[in-house]
Design a binder for this molecule. Structure first.
Ligand code: XMP
Ligand code: MG
Length: 178
């Protein structure tokens, strides 16, 4: 069992906020000519990052939510991606931005980009807060990356351990013993 006191801060609230503003400025720049953007929150892990990011994007955007699950309560990828909740509206003709918490093996995002691309969007772009390059097993599209992080299990700011710790305002790692 992991407890809050077992965590070290990997990325502080301030570091996350600063980087989120930088990403939002880049996204605003890319889509301002169209002034159309449909931002998709991948539940549950990206809910805090998503909420902070969209607030900083200076466009008349729309939002939608979908649920994906690939992990269960384990810290290892099962490799099986499941759509647990679909979008509420079609995305045909829209500029779509997927907002994800973390790309690890890449299997989840590969599945999602392929799935959404079949629905006739104008474009699909990917923004992930975290990327673990050491663990990636498949090629996957990543247009905006917040931070590259080491191959360790991270918790907080939306990311869970057995559904807990999503409300921590920072991203933590389990402290190594000794
Ligand atoms: P893949 O391997 O498909 O994984 O790129 C993406 C999904 O796996 C979850 N994931 C994590 N969740 N701490 C977490 O709380 C982690 O360190 C971690 N690594 C991967 C996450 O849900 C992501 O959507
Ligand atoms: Mg998770």
């Amino acid at each position: 069992m992991i407890e809050r006191d077992d965590l070290d801060v990997l990325l502080s609230t301030e570091e996350i906020n600063t980087r989120t503003k930088e990403l939002a400025a880049l996204i605003t720049e890319e889509f301002k000519a169209d002034n159309d953007l449909h931002v998709i929150c991948v539940l549950k892990g990206s809910f805090l990052f998503f909420a902070d990011l969209v607030r900083e994007i200076e466009l008349d955007l729309t939002v939608d939510f979908l649920g994906l699950s690939s992990y269960g309560d384990s810290t290892e990828s099962s490799g099986v991606v499941r759509l647990t909740q679909d979008l509420s509206k079609p995305i045909k003709g829209r500029n779509v931005l997927i907002v994800e918490d973390i790309i690890d093996t890449g299997l989840t995002m590969k599945y999602l980009v392929e799935n959404l691309s079949t629905r006739g969007p104008k474009c699909v772009k990917v923004c992930t807060l975290l990327h673990k390059p050491d663990n990636r097993t498949v090629e996957v599209q990543m247009d905006y990356i917040g931070f590259e992080i080491p191959n360790e299990f991270v918790i907080g700011y939306g990311l869970d351990y057995a559904e807990k710790f999503r409300n921590l305002p920072f991203i933590g790692v389990v402290r190594k013993r000794g």
